[in-house]
Design a binder for this molecule. Structure first.
Ligand code: GSH
Length: 215
């Protein structure tokens, strides 16, 4: 990877979606420079991502390709920079399974968890029913993952892939939020042991520490 120019990665100071990309780049040892965007609705950033959200990348190794939506970025990194399939699916069957889980992460995990955070920390009014609804949805997703991970260590081919990595930041945030209140209320460790053990294995990785501290 030494002949590669660093990818520019636009990140949010706290947001979990950019951390998915950081974790994968760290795992692969692909060089990157993080640029923290304070106001994602400014014209200069909208020129990179018209959706005004983080992350986005610009890849100088590929004609300055500009890409946004974290799931698409992960797939791009997998195809472009994981030629040895260290963290990528190998067989056709596994590739489709990886897509399935990545779509689930993008549409069934992130948005629900994001709404939970919104109604707990940012919404100008207290809406208890919304907090309850999204808390329940998070726990429902824990249950789905727990069922998938029965007798399995990882989601695809029982080998760590970028799809496992994609779930880490939102799960970590949800389990840590309000001093672990959600985790305690729903007894996550005991009720969803397959999910909990998988998550614990994943967060022990140095790439995750890096994403949540330095990057
Ligand atoms: N589906 C998008 C969601 C991106 C997203 O919502 N990012 C958050 C940070 S985790 C963000 O940009 N927040 C700042 C804002 O909305 O202005 C993706 O996965 O890339």
């Amino acid at each position: 990877m030494s002949d590669l120019k660093p990818i520019t990665l636009y990140v949010h100071a706290r947001g979990p979606n950019p951390k998915k990309v950081i974790i994968f780049l760290e795992e692969l040892g692909v060089p990157y420079n993080s640029v923290v965007i304070a106001n994602s609705k400014e014209e200069s950033y909208l020129a990179i991502n018209p959706n005004g959200r983080l992350p986005a990348i610009v890849d100088p190794n590929n004609d300055d390709l500009t890409l946004w939506e974290s799931g698409a970025i992960l797939e791009y990194i997998s195809e472009k920079y994981d030629g040895d399939n260290k963290f990528s699916p190998v067989t056709d069957k596994e590739k489709w399974q990886a897509k399935q889980y990545l779509h689930f992460q993008m549409s069934g995990q992130g948005p629900y968890y994001g709404q939970y955070m919104w109604f707990n920390f940012f919404h100008p009014e207290q809406v208890p029913s919304a907090k309850e609804r999204y808390g329940e949805q998070i726990v429902r997703v824990f249950g789905v993952l727990d069922r998938i991970l029965k007798d399995k260590e990882y989601l695809v081919g029982d080998r760590l892939t970028y799809v496992d990595l994609a779930f880490i930041p939102w799960d970590k945030l949800a389990l840590g939020v309000l001093d672990g209140e959600l985790a305690k209320k729903y007894d996550v460790e005991n009720k969803y042991p397959n999910f909990y053990a998988w998550h614990k294995r994943l967060v022990e990785r140095p790439s995750v520490t890096k994403a949540f501290t330095e990057a």
